[in-house]
Design a protein around this ligand. Structure first.
Ligand code: DGJ
Length: 556
């Protein structure tokens, strides 16, 4: 039975409610007063709509060593009739999560999901006079609610507020729900912007003064992509969207003949300017989402994020990916438009993992990756995100398919749970970093603590009777724990330490393999001889992620 917490008791909600807190340069998710690493996975879109479907999945989720499940809550299911809410499904999810000692991040699928509108209730879908849609140039409606409608926004916000009120009542003390994703991959698809009459009218007007002032005041920290567009059009401090950010080509303009290859088409698209359309839509979506998020936070204030469908090399034009969603070039517009949103998140399936993490941690944006890959790659990415980017959490998509104990992700999450107190203690302090490596890339060199470190992908020689089929990617994670002391975590990793003073040699004093149990270091083998070739290179095993404690010394 879920116990209801009334509004009076809520006023006394203490600081144990999930919240974001700074630790040095990092921002951490703090739950029940302690930093919490989200070792998550996201269910397929429809899974959480049936408690029956979920039943056999819960034990597999537990076996996957997750601590958090990302699950959809849809507007259509909680408000099937206007003003009449049904939270039985939400309560069932909470109950099962608690029984299985798991947390939840709830995904509010409402006005938009992947740019389109499919999750609004039927009474919204069928009343387009009251809840209008986006239009294209020909005046044809797209199956997407327009941001240019207070009715759309307010109906969504009312439902979301009801959900958050309910969560406060049933979860305000237990904290099963850690965070909320507001909508899913918002933005206009099929066109670079909304071309309904209301949208056209707003687009022809000057960029709003308060937004212009925000950009001027924050010029020193704006995204370089935005600065570039602004500068290319003369750094104007007022004017219409196209005057300030450049004219866009309307979607209908014939830009290429029928014989143009996709590759050439993409090169061509890239040379065109779509910034005004995309910036304009980012401004609209952020303000709409902000109203929804703020209405929810007024009821129950826990961290909220939005997720982005990223621009991909094959589809570079806004509209081929949702135009106006929180991609890096419009982060500043989202920050201006949506102060109620705490985190801008990437759904990170593209190859450029480290670069994208870097673009999503600019200006102190905390890194939370709600959708990504599992497998060997997911395992490495999760470790890298926590170690190099102070991530709050990592979550591969579609866990229904791969839940279970015998997976790379399960092993990585098991490993990460054992070392997470150490990782969390070092986030934001400049004492920890990580690298992503594979069989094809070069040695990575970096400074940490008092030493220079070189890390490269390594497979044991065949005489060591090891299986040498692993090609990566793998992660290496490094923590400086004293003037000459390091903890190194990883797999298939060769690591050398050297001095920043070239006349000085660095030797390995001691090298110990071990594990963390209940936050305590339990030493295993003392590594030496063939396991530490030439007494200068650490080798981390190739069959699983492992840990070594190393003490260095210097000699001349
Ligand atoms: C990204 C979306 O955000 C998810 O809901 C899901 O549709 C996946 N794509 C499918 O790959």
């Amino acid at each position: 039975m879920l116990v209801a917490l009334n509004a009076h008791a809520q006023t006394k909600l203490d600081s144990s409610v999930p919240r974001l807190e700074k630790q040095g340069a990092a921002t951490q998710l703090v739950v029940d007063g302690k930093p919490f690493p989200v070792l998550g996975a996201e269910l397929h879109n429809s899974s959480a709509s049936s408690l029956e479907y979920m039943k056999p999945l819960w034990p597999k989720l537990v076996a996957s060593h997750l601590n958090t499940v990302l699950a959809t809550v849809s507007w259509e299911l909680i408000e099937p009739q206007e003003g009449k809410f049904d939270f039985r499904l939400v309560d069932g999810l909470l109950q099962e999560a608690r029984t299985n000692d798991l947390h939840l991040v709830l995904l509010w699928f409402a006005s938009w999901k992947n740019g389109k509108s499919n999750y609004q209730p039927l009474w919204v879908k069928t009343n387009q006079a009251r809840f209008p849609l986006i239009q294209n140039e020909q005046g044809k409606s797209l199956a997407t609610l327009t941001t240019f409608s207070d009715a759309n926004r307010d109906a969504d916000a009312r439902a979301f507020a009801a959900l958050m009120r309910h969560l406060r009542e049933v979860d305000g003390e237990k904290h099963t729900v850690l965070m909320i994703q507001v909508e899913n991959e918002v933005g206009v698809l099929e066109d670079s912007r909304d071309r309904s009459p209301a949208a056209n009218e707003a687009f022809a007007k000057p960029v709003p003064k308060d937004l212009m002032n925000y950009l001027i005041q924050h010029k020193a920290t704006l995204a370089p992509e935005l600065l570039k567009v602004w500068a290319a059009n003369g750094n104007k401090t007022s004017g219409t969207w196209e005057e300030v950010f450049g004219p866009c080509k309307p979607a209908s303009v014939e830009l290429y003949g029928p014989d143009l290859t996709d590759e050439k088409k993409n090169i061509y698209w890239r040379q065109l300017n779509w910034a005004s359309d995309e910036f304009f839509m980012a401004w609209r979506y952020s303000m709409y989402v902000n109203k929804v998020a703020a209405a929810g936070k007024a009821e129950y204030d826990i961290p909220m994020y939005v997720n982005a469908w990223l621009q991909q090399s094959g589809c570079p034009r806004p509209g081929e990916y949702p135009s106006g969603g929180p991609v890096p070039q419009v982060h500043d517009l989202w920050r201006f438009g949506a102060p109620a949103i705490d985190i801008l998140s990437p759904d990170l399936y593209i190859e450029q993992f480290a670069e994208t993490c870097a673009r999503y941690t600019r200006n102190g944006n905390p890194l939370f990756i709600p959708e990504s890959k599992a497998g060997v790659q997911g395992a490495a990415q999760a470790i890298y995100a926590f170690g190099a980017c102070n991530a709050i959490g990592y979550s591969p998509f579609g866990v229904d398919r791969f839940a279970g104990s015998d997976t790379e992700l399960a092993r990585a999450y098991d490993f990460l749970s054992s070392v997470s107190p150490l990782i969390l203690a070092n986030q934001g302090k400049g004492t920890m970093t990580a690298v992503l490596l594979d069989a094809t890339n070069a040695t990575q060199t970096f400074l940490l603590g008092n030493y220079k470190i070189e890390a490269k992908f390594w497979v044991p020689p065949s005489w060591a009777h090891a299986t040498n089929t692993m090609t990566g990617p793998i992660a290496g994670l490094f923590i400086s724990t004293g003037p000459d002391d390091y903890i190194v975590m990883g797999r298939n990793l060769a690591v050398n330490f050297s001095s920043t003073n070239e006349t000085e040699n660095v030797g390995i004093g001691t090298d110990e393999e071990g594990v963390y149990q209940n936050d305590q270091w339990v030493p295993g083998r003392r590594l030496n001889g063939d396991e530490v070739p030439e007494w200068r290179t650490l080798h981390l095993r190739n069959d699983k992620y492992s840990i070594q404690h190393v003490k260095l010394y210097r000699y001349h």
